[in-house]
Design a protein around this ligand. Structure first.
Ligand code: SF4
Length: 266
């Protein structure tokens, strides 16, 4: 796809502008694939099976084309906005970047999110017998034993809960890092009248935590007699949720294009 094709595609009215900026990238589960330019581009680029292999030459070719197209669009935007792409104070940027990275990594929310990722890994390692050998699929026999009821329903609920936990396990940390880093950058700018990208990222992180809490609740219900580890995870997640809400008090109110509705009464 070249620059002109992309522009034509982007002009189609069905797409919600910027919807992919504040989503969780779980396209398989997304109710807005038909309204997402990012998804349309990926579908078009990866339409043939061959190109889906990350090691395939077509993948790198596509990346190279995207690079060229990005440069062209960037040059166009820089010219329109009067930005000098040749002027760069590398040392000042690097130092500020390094400092912001450190601050973001050491923020209590990102540290808690990282710890959560590790707790998830620990739990999955300790619960290996609940999964089919060499797989992350739940083992029907093991999971069906732990709770009364229809085993198919339990396995499906358990399996989907595991899927949700795994999807958001690292995304929470990534989105929080972006929120915290973004918030540090925003301090240097006067953006009061605009919604803050940091709040948008924090909202995605909060949604990831909410869904993870729900998923762990489902997993916990499969282990009525031995669920202390899961309770620890739930407590940690809830503490993280509260800390993020405190650090980003406007995050929940952030309107994500497509996903959230504007409240006309407020
Ligand atoms: S908005 Fe939906 S389809 Fe688009 S990138 Fe995000 S998850 Fe995928």
């Amino acid at each position: 796809m070249n620059k002109e094709d992309l522009k034509k595609l982007a002009e189609k009215p069905q797409f919600i502008q910027g919807i992919y900026n504040y989503c969780d990238r779980w396209c398989e589960r997304c109710p807005f694939t038909s309204r997402c330019l990012n998804f349309a581009m990926d579908s078009e680029e990866f339409a043939d099976q061959e190109a889906q292999d990350i090691n395939n030459e077509a993948f790198w070719q596509k990346l190279s084309e995207t690079f060229q197209m990005t440069l062209e669009l960037l040059e166009e935007a820089a010219e329109q906005e009067g930005i000098d792409l040749d002027s760069l104070d590398v040392e000042e940027y690097q130092e500020q970047d390094r400092l912001n990275d450190e601050l973001a990594k050491n923020h209590e929310c990102s540290r808690a999110a990282k710890l959560y990722s590790e707790m998830v890994n620990d739990w999955f390692s300790s619960a290996e017998d609940l999964f089919a050998p060499n797989d992350e699929e739940p083992n029907p026999e093991a999971s069906a034993d732990v709770r009364d009821g229809d085993s198919t329903e339990i396995v499906s609920g358990f399996g989907e809960a595991v899927e949700v936990v795994r999807w958001y396990q690292h995304l929470t940390y990534v989105k929080l890092m972006r929120a915290i880093r973004g918030e540090l950058d925003e301090r240097l700018e006067i953006l009061d009248e605009f919604p803050k990208d940091s709040d948008g990222s924090a909202k995605v992180a909060l949604i990831a935590v909410d869904r993870s809490l729900a998923a762990w609740g489902e997993i916990r219900s499969c282990f009525p007699h031995n669920n202390n580890d899961i309770l620890n995870i739930l407590v940690h997640l809830e503490q993280l949720r509260r800390k993020v809400e405190k650090a980003f008090p406007d995050a929940r109110a952030f309107i994500r294009p497509g996903f959230d509705k504007i409240d006309l009464n407020s």
